[in-house]
Write a new protein. Structure first.
Length: 279
């Protein structure tokens, strides 16, 4: 999109959002502008969020506002896909073969999400505003929530939940780096982040309140951010309260990886087996 045209569209979306409470589906002109922005997300021409040069996540708030507006400006419609019936304000994505995307029956992705070439969707769900990078797999019963950003060559194992972060518009969404593996039934939510090349064991819970701890030093590395190129597992640590001692969840970094080591599955399995965990 031409930068000048994008700047004009951004200003129009911001102006519409200022009077969102006044809008309804009868305003076809407003709907056309908002749908233009959603189409840009759908094609991957723009993203809700991206990692900047300083490694900080940049949120393009106006695109989040466009998503909030589209729900205001579209009516619920009945959608029929084969024997299935849906009632929703948004259509589903289509033309998967032309996009180089494989979608297994039972999977669905909403219009306004982007699936890069080589993506595989097992029976799973991808919500509006989400971005899934090239060659990534969203495995059975996994979900990619609204505005979540998933890198290339990522494997979201069965039942993984990548949480959506839509409101407020300035809130940072979940960001999963390239070459990441997330173990089955893990939950990454509320703007948490997993660095490039890292592996999370099954059942890992990660959000901005969860401490990430280095197993060698005991040092708390962050809250809700797993560093790049490491193996991390679900754990707990003892905390004393007036009512007694309890164990609170944490994420434990048990091994640092060299770049590319994540793809050596035999070595990865050995590392996890030593600690009694798996992906």
């Amino acid at each position: 999109m031409d930068p000048t045209d994008q700047s004009v569209l951004e200003r129009e979306i911001e102006a519409l959002y200022e009077r969102i409470s006044e809008l309804d589906p009868s305003d076809k002109q407003a709907a056309a502008k908002v749908e233009e922005a959603i189409d840009l997300l759908d094609r991957g021409d723009l993203r809700v969020a991206e990692v900047g040069p300083d490694d900080r996540v940049i949120v393009h708030e106006w695109l989040k506002k466009a998503i909030l507006l589209v729900f205001r400006l579209r009516e619920i419609q009945t959608l029929e896909v084969g024997p299935f019936e849906f009632a929703d304000r948004l259509p589903l994505k289509g033309d998967f073969a032309a996009s180089g995307v494989r979608v297994v029956p039972g999977a669905s992705a909403r219009w306004g999400s982007y699936l890069a070439p080589g993506v595989v969707l097992m029976p799973s769900y991808v919500n509006i505003g989400a971005y899934v990078g090239a060659q990534s797999m969203v495995d059975t019963w996994a979900t990619v929530g609204s505005c979540a950003q998933v890198g290339a060559r990522v494997h979201l194992s069965g039942g993984v939940g990548i949480g959506g972060v839509l409101e407020p518009p300035n809130a940072v969404p979940v960001v999963i780096g390239d070459d990441v593996m997330i173990g089955s039934r893990s939950m990454i939510t509320q703007g948490a982040r997993v660095g490039e090349g890292s592996v999370l064991s099954e059942g890992t819970i990660l959000n901005p309140g969860i401490p990430v701890i280095d197993a060698e030093s005991g040092e708390e590395l962050s809250r809700g951010i797993v560093p790049p190129w490491c193996v991390a597992v679900a754990a707990s640590r003892r905390r004393a309260y007036r009512g007694g001692e309890f164990f609170l969840p944490c994420v434990l970094v048990i091994r640092r990886l060299t770049e590319g080591e994540r793809h050596d599955k035999a070595r990865l399995n050995d590392i996890l087996r030593q600690h009694g965990v798996s992906t």
